[in-house]
Design a protein around this ligand. Structure first.
Ligand code: SF4
Length: 439
């Protein structure tokens, strides 16, 4: 008789890159015959994939470990916070094992020790594309790990190390498997997507009948040939980003760029150790839109970075209006432990000033975004359906990524199906969302 399969409860915290790590670990667990439990209570052990980027994320991770300890007691910790084992052991000395990010082998070794795999692993139950934590119609595709930059507010390079790119053929094989499994939209992620391949000197690898270089443009072009939606995230504004804009204009990849600009003031950018002068970037955005007029730009910004003056902040407000940034997230600066920004000797921005700047930023961005949304009223746009409930549903246009951007609220005469791409006429808009009828 086969031994009952051990049950693992899994907690996945953090960014899409951490989600990809979780998917890989869960895929391995399922491949070896483990079952994934819905609750900690009654599972054989718990794996917590943590995030350690901001202090708030560290707190959330430590709380999740605490909950797993009290509800189960057998806990393995992995992910970004795993790079700081002392911080975890100090609060939760009883955890079984701690591993850092992408340490799949060590996580599996710890799982084997705590709950050895069942005798009869049901490998055949594993779908070839692995187990996805995202809905079936979209998937994150991680092309590299780590980052060669040293932005002063960020500790990711300390946690995840320097850039390590996957060979192009490896990425393309995964992308093709996902497309064959029914995925309609690929979200390309990494810490620095446009730096792809720098570490392996753009080495070519064999894909189908040809050699494909591990280069941002080459990979994007090949992904564009899969015939599904391809969306580029975390693109650092290097000059060679210009090369992919024609691929967007041709409809090969989505006209969407997620570029974390972080600020517009040259002084703040310099203190952040970020490249790009605000004015030059504006010129580039103009050129991009000449080539691809419907290009949507999503970005993130930080307000209240040490030394940010009223003038710096006003410059940022003017810039987002001028650049017509479609979607923007705004963070209040957090002095993350270990970040160089804390040692620059710059005066901190008082909390109330930071708060008021954040509100002013959000109000301005809402106005910019609402004006862009309004221009879509009356147009027919393609919409991928994320949620369906009979004749009603919720989806996204090419200009919106899941989780972070806006939605299209749909009504239809025919029942809607999740994952379908339909054409809808936009009836009205608000600051973030569209309301449309399927045609
Ligand atoms: S580019 Fe900067 S912010 Fe992004 S991961 Fe690298 S160091 Fe951090």
């Amino acid at each position: 008789m086969a031994t009952p399969a051990p049950r693992v409860s899994f907690v996945s915290l953090g960014c899409p890159k951490a989600l990809v790590d979780s998917e890989r670990i869960i895929t391995r667990l399922r491949a070896e015959g483990y079952e994934i439990a819905r609750k900690h209570d009654g599972a054989d052990l718990v794996v917590v994939n943590t995030c350690g980027f901001l202090d708030s994320a560290r707190d959330e991770s430590l709380q999740a470990i605490g909950a797993a300890m009290s509800e189960n007691g057998k806990v393995i910790v992995t992910g970004c916070l795993g790079a700081e084992p002392e911080a975890i052991r100090e609060k939760h000395p009883g955890v079984l094992a701690i591993t850092g990010p992408q340490a799949y082998e060590s996580v599996m070794a710890a799982v084997h020790e705590a709950a050895p795999p069942a005798h009869d692993p049901f490998i055949d139950l594993l779908p070839p594309q692995g187990i996805k934590l995202t809905p079936r119609h979209y998937a994150y595709l991680k092309i590299s790990e780590g980052c060669n930059h040293r932005c002063t507010f960020c500790i990711i390079p300390a946690l995840r190390g320097d850039l390590v790119s996957r060979p192009a053929a490896d990425v393309l094989r995964e992308a093709e498997r996902l497309a064959k499994a029914g995925v309609k939209e690929l979200l390309v992620v990494s810490q620095d997507t446009s730096a792809y391949g720098v570490d392996i000197r753009y080495e070519a690898s064999k894909w189908q009948d040809r050699e494909v270089r591990a280069k941002f443009y080459d990979l994007t072009r090949e992904l564009g040939d899969l015939g599904i939606w391809v969306r580029l995230h975390y693109v650092y504004p290097y000059p060679h980003v210009d090369e992919v804009i024609p691929l967007m204009a041709e409809g090969k990849v989505l006209p969407y760029l997620d570029i974390p600009f972080q600020h517009a003031s040259p002084t703040v950018l310099r203190n952040m150790r970020r490249p790009a002068h605000g004015d030059k970037t504006l010129d580039r955005i103009r050129r991009w839109r000449e080539i691809c007029p419907d290009l949507a730009i999503r970005s993130t910004f930080i307000v209240g970075f040490p030394g940010e003056t009223d003038e710096d902040f006003e410059m940022l407000l003017d810039w987002i209006e001028e650049a017509k940034i479609d979607r923007a997230g705004c963070f209040k600066f957090e002095p993350v432990r270990g970040a160089q920004a804390n040692d620059l000797g710059l005066p901190p921005v008082p909390a109330e000033v930071m708060e008021s700047r954040w509100h002013r930023f959000m109000a301005k961005q809402q106005k910019v975004s609402a004006a862009i949304q309004k221009k879509k009223v009356g147009k027919r746009l393609q919409v991928i359906i994320d949620e369906a409930n009979g004749l009603h549903g919720k989806g996204r246009t090419k200009y919106d990524a899941p989780e972070i951007d806006g939605s299209v609220h749909l009504q239809s005469r025919r029942p809607l199906r999740v994952g379908d791409i339909v054409t809808a006429k936009v009836d009205s808009s608000d600051a973030y969302d569209l309301y449309a009828t399927v045609v």
